[in-house]
Design a binder for this molecule. Structure first.
Ligand code: HPA
Length: 237
């Protein structure tokens, strides 16, 4: 699998259309917003299934930004094609998460050091036991440095990648008792694909829902925390 296999099944770009660093977010229109607001000379490279992707420049660096949809299977497909067909070196996911830790405040940033999951995604790689998906340490270290330099509130820790958004059992709160700080739906798949491909990945989330205290971020809180998260993602790209 290589440049001869592009365009891939779900990305219509030519091999050189995509930068070696891709910032990904769930919503493809958010990817367009990021490209319009933060990148110069941005060019659209994908429209297949409306999963918009753009490549442009940020402070002299060539960066791509693309949607990944919702859930592990969706980010699994896109990250696999980016790592394996387009030879992308690193993917930084920016997203929102629900806090499982009472200490995390709305708008706080979380760098996902590792990702627990009850998804069976990793099983496809044929291990006789469970794989522990972790972030790339270099990306994590850079994210911590940029956040400190800018005085941003952040935590580093474990995240839980759920398959179910509407958790009727309340079972997911149990992860909080084990120190898992937040729930989202993609990082475990991204980290497993990065490991399988010998590539790098990091998820940066901001807390949009405080599930312990049942508080939810306002539009303004979402906007300002998104700006901080983007600054970190773009600086480490
Ligand atoms: N659950 C799963 N994913 C999420 C949540 C949540 O509560 N909030 C933001 N992403």
């Amino acid at each position: 699998m290589s440049k001869n296999d592009v365009p891939s099944a779900h990305i219509s770009a030519q091999y050189d259309d995509i930068a070696k660093t891709v910032i990904m977010c769930g919503d493809p229109l958010r990817a367009k917003f990021i490209a319009d607001k933060y990148l110069t000379d941005s060019v659209l490279f994908n429209e297949v299934r409306g999963m918009l992707g753009f490549t442009g420049m940020y402070r002299g660096k060539r960066v791509s930004v693309m949607g990944h949809g919702m859930g592990i299977p969706s980010i699994g497909i896109y990250s696999y094609e980016l790592f394996n067909f387009y030879d992308v070196d690193q993917i930084v996911r920016v997203g929102t998460a629900g806090a499982l830790s009472a200490e995390m405040q709305l708008g706080d940033m979380l760098f996902a050091q590792a990702a627990c999951t009850d998804s069976d995604y990793g099983h496809q790689y044929g291990f006789p036991a469970r794989f522990a998906p972790i972030a790339d340490f270099g990306l994590l270290e850079s994210a911590v440095r940029v956040a400190r330099e800018n005085g941003f509130q952040f935590q580093v820790g474990n995240i839980y990648s759920a398959d179910v958004f509407y958790d009727e059992s309340d079972k997911q709160m149990k992860w909080g008792k084990f120190g898992v700080k937040a729930v989202e739906m993609e990082s475990a798949g991204l980290y497993i694909n990065a490991a399988a491909s010998g590539k790098k990945a990091l998820t940066i989330c901001t807390i949009s829902d405080q599930l312990v205290h049942r508080k939810y971020a306002s539009a303004e809180e979402r906007r300002s925390s998104f700006t901080n998260m983007m600054k970190v993602a773009l600086e480490i790209a």
